[in-house]
Design a protein around this ligand. Structure first.
Ligand SMILES: [Fe+2]
Ligand SMILES: [Fe+2]
Length: 202
């Protein structure tokens, strides 16, 4: 037990070190983010881009329902799990331990928000990504955050992804301003739109 706790503390210290580096150097933050496309580190999870694209389609579909900007929503969905990719690239030796302990799910949203914040992405986009694993009915204050949680829940339902979990779809939709009764039709609509993009992440 003590060894497990010590290992967990060391992993968190490593992640905090990465965040500290980003916070003192905007240039380094930019370089770190674009390491996403570099050769070093470990490969991204196989479902990383498919899940990102499905979430983007889900977010833009939801945006049309609630009067938000679909293009901004698409970008938000595409970037929302950037933190997972950055751990793969910048702290590959920590990745398996973070997954096994459940800490990756708790930290990847904050890692992405920290990097995007340093790069001066819009504050509402950064906030939404930071809280996309929060409780949509209570602690998530922003409308973009609630929309993103619902889009993530739709994507996880469609792709049956095992990389992460989020809240059940019904409550997520309700918090985003879409009735739970629309869930089945919405999932069908997003699945059809996603299939049109099927060759994109292949
Ligand atoms: Fe996530
Ligand atoms: Fe996600």
């Amino acid at each position: 037990m003590v060894d497990a706790l010590t290992a967990g503390v060391h992993r968190l210290e490593a992640i905090e070190g990465i965040l500290a580096d980003w916070s003192v150097s905007g240039d380094l933050a930019t370089a770190a983010a674009f390491d996403l496309f570099a050769e070093h580190g470990r490969p991204l999870p196989a479902d990383f881009w498919p899940h990102a694209v499905t979430t983007a389609v889900g977010a833009s579909t939801l945006a049309r329902r609630v009067g938000a900007l679909p293009n901004d929503a698409f970008s938000l969905g595409l970037l929302h799990d950037l933190g997972t990719a950055l751990v793969c690239r910048r702290a590959p030796q920590e990745f398996d331990g973070l997954v096994a302990s459940g800490e990756l799910e708790a930290t990847h949203a904050h890692i992405a928000a920290s990097a995007l914040g340093v790069m001066r992405f819009p504050a509402d986009i950064v906030e939404a990504i930071d809280e996309h694993h929060g409780a949509p009915g209570g602690g998530v204050a922003s409308s973009w955050g609630r929309l993103l949680i619902a889009a993530d829940a739709i994507a996880l339902a469609i792709d049956e992804s095992t990389s992460e979990t989020n809240v059940p779809l019904g409550p997520a939709l309700d918090a985003a301003g879409v009735p739970e009764s629309a869930a089945d039709a919405l999932v069908d609509e997003v699945r059809a739109a996603r299939e049109q993009l099927a060759s994109f992440p292949a």
